[in-house]
Design a binder for this molecule. Structure first.
Ligand code: UDP
Length: 310
């Protein structure tokens, strides 16, 4: 099969790319290398079934393909808030360009949406039917509202033109190939602990996230693309584990016992969600699988990966 991935040089894209190549597919990757981790790119460049195209998906793209995974958009708050207008354009124009491509080529297109569409949720855990609680004018809005608008485009292209769509809402994901200065909590805490720097907890550290290891996400993504027939509504992907940031620090420090880091508390960023956990019922029913990698196991592999940057 000929498969297009947008934003492949990012963390999730590089794992997805490897999985699809290992399965014998021909993979074409589009990236403008905005949040690129160069070490993610190099190993695949000489693969015979791999093509890299330097392209910004806010511009139209034409190629005959069978499937499209649209991952495009930086996902770390630090990165996506640097250029909010570009973030919104990548989400919305990028989605439209990929939907146009799907319409013309009759490809199936999967949108990687996000738990951020729920904003600072008033329902816990969050089912896909929850409409969310998102600030329209805050520092996270460019990402949250961009992803929400992209989802709407997906449903409307399906309803108006019959485009074959799949939508997943990805919860906090971590693992090897994250950029060490990505700015998200797991990479920050691990790098700080490895470098004996202060560990920065924002706010009280009582806010929660449910973290999934990248292999579980990729499995869910590929199943959603291939095993789920004509289900156009979003599916949370996905993890039953929920931790406060204080608990996360404890687990990380226990795995890096040589660390001399101290914990420091810094102000909570604007609109930082207080709690987040997926309602997994729909994912269980549609994907027939539960996440397998527990936090400690996933963190051990991630810490090993980050050690080479010290
Ligand atoms: N966070 C933190 N220290 C850091 C980075 C993040 O306490 O050095 C907190 C952040 O305020 C949020 C949680 O960790 O409550 C997850 O942040 P991340 O940026 O990883 O993802 P998101 O907020 O988009 O879920």
């Amino acid at each position: 099969m000929k498969i297009l991935i947008t934003w492949w040089a990012g963390f999730v894209g590089s794992h997805l790319c490897k999985r699809l190549l290992d399965e014998g597919n021909e993979v074409i990757c589009l990236d403008n290398l905005f949040t690129c981790n160069k070490s993610n790119i190099t190993p695949l460049l000489h693969h015979p079934n791999f093509t890299f195209v330097l392209h910004d998906i806010t511009q139209p793209f034409r190629m005959q393909v069978d499937q499209i995974y649209n991952l495009a958009c930086p996902a770390s708050p630090v990165h996506y808030q640097k250029n909010p207008v570009e973030t919104m354009k990548t989400s919305v124009l990028g989605a439209m360009n990929m939907l146009e491509l799907a319409l013309k080529t009759k490809a199936r297109v999967l949108q990687s949406s996000t738990s951020e569409v729920y904003g600072d949720p008033s329902i816990h855990p969050q089912p896909e039917t929850y409409w969310g609680n998102v600030n329209i004018a805050g520092s996270r809005s460019c990402y949250d509202e961009g992803k929400r608008a992209a989802e709407t485009l997906f449903y409307d292209y399906h309803k108006a033109y019959g485009v074959d769509i799949r939508v997943i809402r990805i919860f906090n994901t971590y693992g090897p190939h994250m950029h060490p200065s990505d700015g998200r909590v797991i990479s920050n805490f691990i790098m700080q602990a490895l470098k004996n720097e202060d560990i920065t907890i924002y706010g009280t550290g009582e806010q929660t996230r449910s973290f999934q290891y990248v292999d579980d996400l990729i499995e869910g993504m590929v199943r959603m693309m291939n095993n789920v027939d004509w289900f156009i509504w979003p599916v949370n992907i996905w993890t039953p584990f929920e931790f406060t940031m204080k608990e996360l620090v404890e687990v990380i420090l226990a795995l890096i016992p040589e660390s001399k880091s101290q914990i420091v508390y810094q102000p909570l960023p604007e609109d930082d969600p207080k709690q987040r956990k997926a309602d997994n019922q729909l994912a269980k029913e549609k994907l027939g699988r539960e996440p397998r990698v527990e936090l400690k196991e996933g963190l051990m592999k991630t810490i090993e990966y980050f050690r080479k940057f010290i």
